[in-house]
Design a protein around this ligand. Sequence first.
Ligand code: GLU
Length: 422
Amino acid sequence: MSEDNLLDLALVRLDEAARHLAIDPDVIEKLKYPRETTKARLMIRMDDGSRKSFIAWRCRYDDTRGPTKGGIRYHPDASEEEAEALAFWMTFKCAVMNLPYGGGKGAVRVDPRSLSRSELERLSRAYIQAFARILGPDRDIPAPDVYTNSMIMGWMADEYAQIVGQAAPAVITGKPLALGGSVGRDDATARGGYYLTCHLAAEMGLGEQMRVAIQGFGNAGRHIARLLAADGHKIVAVSDSAGAVFAHDGLNVERLEAAKAAGRPVTSTVGLDGHQECPADELIATACDLLVPAALENMIHERNVSKVQARVVLELANGPVTPEADRILERNGVIVLPDILANAGGVTVSYFEWVQNRQGYYWELAEVHSRLRTIMEREGREIWRTAQEKKVPMRTAAYVHALRRLAAAIEAHGTQNFFSAE
Ligand code: GLU
């Protein structure tokens, strides 16, 4: 197994979970491969009149429990294999939360920062033109992911509506409020992780005033910093793709948010409010209670894992810890709240958005928050219990929890579904 084959790494977790359940081997066989991955080359007109092409994918990993669901990522390192691994994680994430969805994921290999706003819009519309035939509110429902946002989802929803000739807001979630988005979707990923951490804090040995280090200051990282700081916890270190900042007595989170809102890196705050620069790869070594990886995959691996000093790791990113690193964290007594549970608040509020779109009836923010909290606490508690009973890490317990639901659905479908044609 090559170390950077992401889908192979993801499948290690499936094998581990399967060992703890009496499960039909057919179930594992079905979950080991993506159902379909579609690839397209998107050709767009650049502002200077030239044409440029970008490679793009949409993977529908498994749809046994419902339409496939998952974000679209814009990243220069995006690949087919990464989209498939992320779609695999979505399959398990939706099952963990008992959402009526399967798993999917999309990607475009592009550095979105190199495009103008109108080029970005043309690229996003081209994505929908290429994949519209496999999307749909009952088929495959995209959402934001790394370097995509509500503005992009708005363009995509508009393009889809034009293609099908009618309003179809439920085809995409994470839309702007004006186009049928849900209140509370913007900070849902972080808020879900926050509810989960607070709910299990006592059992995990976390105290009143935690020291927190956050890797990544995008949608997830920014919001978790704000939520935890508001409760009096100290955010001692934060990084983004340009570098990291540290302050022993706690960073000024408002200052960091203002810098990001103005398009500046977190390191632009160095020298203000006691903020000091620190090497980005030292962030995970920060002396803290809670470490929050909120950036990309495989950031904590065999070679740097021994530096982790935190008691708890809250995975707001997808796949930030490799299986090797997992084993070392377990040996060192570090609790990992795994991605398929910890960052599932995002897709859960996406589900609420889809429900609201289909009902044509929109909820208040308090309702979104209370429903999210109920689900996070219920599934989190159940997984905690499984981990205690089976004496396994939270990740294995989360996979066991999801696998039970997936196996029940696969078995209930009967054998025909294994070979269903498009
Ligand atoms: N991209 C997010 C994730 O990885 C959200 C997916 C969604 O809302 O469908 O969970």
